[in-house]
Design a protein around this ligand. Structure first.
Ligand SMILES: C[S@@+](CC[C@H](N)C(=O)[O-])C[C@H]1O[C@@H](n2cnc3c(N)ncnc32)[C@H](O)[C@@H]1O
Length: 217
């Protein structure tokens, strides 16, 4: 293939969290592909590029298209939110299979920003993502087990398991309603929202799927 391809972590949303490496890859690309959140994070850099908004339904045809464009010498960047190697809802492995020469540019994960705000050491917490294709039951059970062991859990919520569902699930598992809980929604974006409270309060609150939940601190 003549063109180059990068898989670029664009951080949690604000361009302030872009790395120099990410900027360089995007500047060197003719075509940028990504979900709307990622394209928006790169908005200052995309004016002279071909932009393809990836959706669930056009994912395969988009990846086929860029392969074709690369054979004619076009450089492409696939933009991924946060760090590309953490919790990609649509998976990353098939992209690596299709483009074995892709260079992966690490990004700042939403998890890092949440951990920084809560002053949490990564090595002392349990990290869980609910962005998985399989059934959520096993994940939920590990969550409950960790909380019962009084471990601090940082989790990425998902549309099937929103922050209020997390609270209701833990309460139904007998966890103390006063258990400290934090939600970081839309981190680094203009509409960032932070909730500090307990499980009982969280059970009555609505947040979008773009939320990181911390239980136990
Ligand atoms: C498909 S996963 C991608 C995670 C990404 N690779 C990362 O490293 O942050 C999407 C989930 O990440 C979390 N997330 C990503 N960006 C976020 C943000 N700006 N604010 C809060 N949560 C965010 C949310 O839990 C969201 O449901």
């Amino acid at each position: 293939m003549k063109g180059k391809i990068w898989v670029v972590g664009v951080g949690p949303g604000s361009p302030e969290y872009f790395t120099q490496k990410a900027r360089k890859a995007i500047k060197g690309s003719d075509i940028l592909i990504g979900y709307d959140l990622c394209l928006n994070a790169a908005r200052d850099l995309i004016h002279d590029k071909t932009i393809i908004e990836m959706t669930w339904s056009n994912r395969d045809e988009t990846l086929d298209y860029i392969k074709k464009e690369m054979t004619s010498g076009k450089n492409c960047s696939i933009l991924r939110s946060g760090d590309p190697n953490f919790s990609g809802s649509s998976g990353i492995e098939d992209i690596y299979d299709r483009f074995p020469d892709a260079e992966i540019i690490p990004g700042i994960s939403s998890v890092q920003v949440a951990a920084a705000k809560s002053k949490l050491s990564w090595d002392k917490i349990v990290l869980l993502t609910f962005h998985v294709t399989e059934d959520l039951e096993n994940k939920k059970q590990s969550l409950l087990d960790s909380v019962r062991r009084r471990e601090i859990v940082l989790l990425l919520s998902e549309s099937r398991f929103m922050p209020k569902d997390v609270a209701k699930f833990l309460l139904s598992g007998g966890v103390d309603e006063k258990m400290p809980t934090t939600v970081y929604e839309n981190l680094t974006l203009k509409n960032e929202r932070i909730f500090h409270g307990n499980l009982k309060e969280l059970a009555g609150k609505d947040f979008t799927y773009l939320s990181v939940v911390i239980i136990g601190k």
